[in-house]
Write a protein that binds this ligand. Structure first.
Ligand code: PAF
Length: 278
């Protein structure tokens, strides 16, 4: 796998490859969820590109930027094994050079849920992803469904700014017991790992209630809150929302009507999120 550190080198390298190009943006600390993104890109595209950049702009002041996990050698091994053609691993100053003064902010979609709990987070994500899309000009870009709101925000930005990539959603990869894979799972102690299952258990409970015909979204939210709390998750939010707008739903009248359950919570110091279609 060829590894480059500047946008200029990315552009020079791209000319040598065939298209379509599939880009997989990452912050490193690769796990099986990232592998699913890389494989989807490898299956669909002639050229697979990826980035490794822990984007400081998407971390708030009290968040885990300093302790965000990462092992460059491991990440490059995974990318090599998965047949990535070109990896962009820029320094922070390559993405945010001196005098950098532009931000991309998506409106409504960015403000709820993660946006409310993590002010500025999606502006950081949108700015970095916009820059990556501008550097790579990929035909497709791959994102995990685990970050459901990020997927919507990136899709909105891509459409609104006419960036021309197809944004591809790849299903969440889970541990056998249901825990959604996340780089942040690495920070859990044994006991916290057990409690972390509360997010999945809460979502599973909402899915079950919905299947049994429960149509009151507040009942579903309460059930998720209770299940997570009982298992030792400090709930940040629970949501039953429209999967396209993320507007909170009150009544789910049509059993086949689309709805998305989203949850966030702390286990110890680690903040985790997950979601499931209802
Ligand atoms: O999902 C992530 O890892 C990051 O938010 C992304 C999309 C690479 C942007 O920094």
């Amino acid at each position: 796998v060829k590894v480059v550190a500047t946008a200029r080198e990315v552009r020079a390298e791209l000319a040598a490859f065939k298209r379509p190009q599939g880009l997989v943006p990452t912050m490193g600390a690769l796990h099986a969820g990232h592998v699913a993104l890389l494989r989807a890109a490898r299956t669909d595209c002639e050229l697979v590109t990826a980035s490794i950049f822990v984007n400081p702009a998407q971390f708030g002041p009290g968040e885990d930027l300093a302790t965000y996990p990462g092992d460059r050698e491991h990440d490059l091994d995974v990318m090599e094994r998965e047949g990535v053609d070109l990896v962009f691993a820029p320094a922070t100053s390559e993405i945010y050079p001196e005098h950098f003064d532009t931000t991309v902010s998506v409106g409504r979609l960015s403000r709820r849920l993660e946006g409310e709990s993590r002010p500025g987070h999606f502006q950081g994500v949108a700015t970095a992803v916009c820059k990556l899309l501008a550097i790579f000009r990929p035909d497709r870009a791959y994102f995990g469904e685990k970050d459901a709101q990020q997927l919507l925000v990136v899709g909105r930005m891509n459409a609104d700014l006419g960036l021309g990539a197809e944004i591809v959603a790849v299903p969440t990869v889970r541990e056998p017991d249901g825990l959604a894979l996340s780089s942040r799972n690495a920070g859990l102690t044994g006991e916290e790992r057990v409690a972390a299952l509360g997010l999945h258990a809460g979502l599973a409970r909402a899915v079950k209630l919905r299947r049994e015909g429960e149509g009151d979204a507040e009942v579903l939210r309460e059930a998720m809150r209770a299940e997570m709390g009982e298992r030792g998750v400090r709930v940040d939010y629970v949501s039953v929302a429209d999967p396209k707008t993320l507007d909170e739903l009150s009544e789910l009248t049509d059993i086949s009507g689309p709805a998305l359950a989203l949850v966030a919570g702390f286990v110890g110091k680690t903040r985790l999120i997950d979601n499931m279609a209802l």
